[in-house]
Design a protein around this ligand. Sequence first.
Ligand SMILES: [Zn+2]
Length: 212
Amino acid sequence: MAKPQIILLGAPGSGKGTQAAKIVELGYYHVSTGDLLRAEIKKASNLGKKIQDLIGNGQLVDDQTVLDLLQANINLAKGEYIFDGFPRTEVQATMLDKQIVKKAKAVAIYLDVSLDELVSRIVNRRTCGGCNEIYNLINKPPKKEGVCDLCGKGLVHRKDDNKETVQNRMDVFKEQIDPILAYYETKGMLKKVDASINPDTTFKQIRKIVES
Ligand SMILES: [Zn+2]
C-alpha cells in the first residue's frame, strides 16, 4: 500500500529537520522549496528565469509561483514526498491541496511540543565552537561550565537565541500555525505527535502513522 504524502509541521526547535531526515530513510523525497528555487534558477527554465527576475528585483516569490515550482518538480503518482516549510499560511495550505495533493493520500503531521518548553530549550542551548556539539544548560549541561566535554573548546550562545528574539519567533509561529492546524483538522488530515520526549520516540509515532 502506498505511503501517504506528508506535510510536516512544527515550531522552530521542535526537531523538524531531524525527523525529516529520518523519514527520508523510509523512502521519501524531502521537498525544500528553497532548494527547488535554486535548482530551477540554475536550470534557466522559463519558470527559473521568472523566479530570478522576482528575486533580482528584491521581490518575494509569490505563492502561485511556488506552487508552479512544486508542480514542475514533483510527481505524487511516482513517489512519496515530505513537504517541509510549506505551507506557511492557510491560503498556501488550500492551494497545496487544490493544486498538488488533490486526491492523493496525505497527512499533516504536527510535531507537538509546548512553545514555552521550546523557548526554554533554545534559550538554554549552547553550541561548541570547535566540534558543533550541542548542549543544553538544563537537560544536557557540559561537565565544566562553558567548555565542551568532547573537544575542550569554548561553548557559544548564539545571539539569536536570546529570550526576547526567541519568544518573538514563537509568537509569530503560533499566529501562523493555528489556522493551518485548524484547516487540516477540518479536513481530517491532522496527526499530532508528541515531540516533547526525544527524537526516537517522535519518530516511532511518525512511522506508525506512515505505515498504518
Ligand atoms: Zn566540542
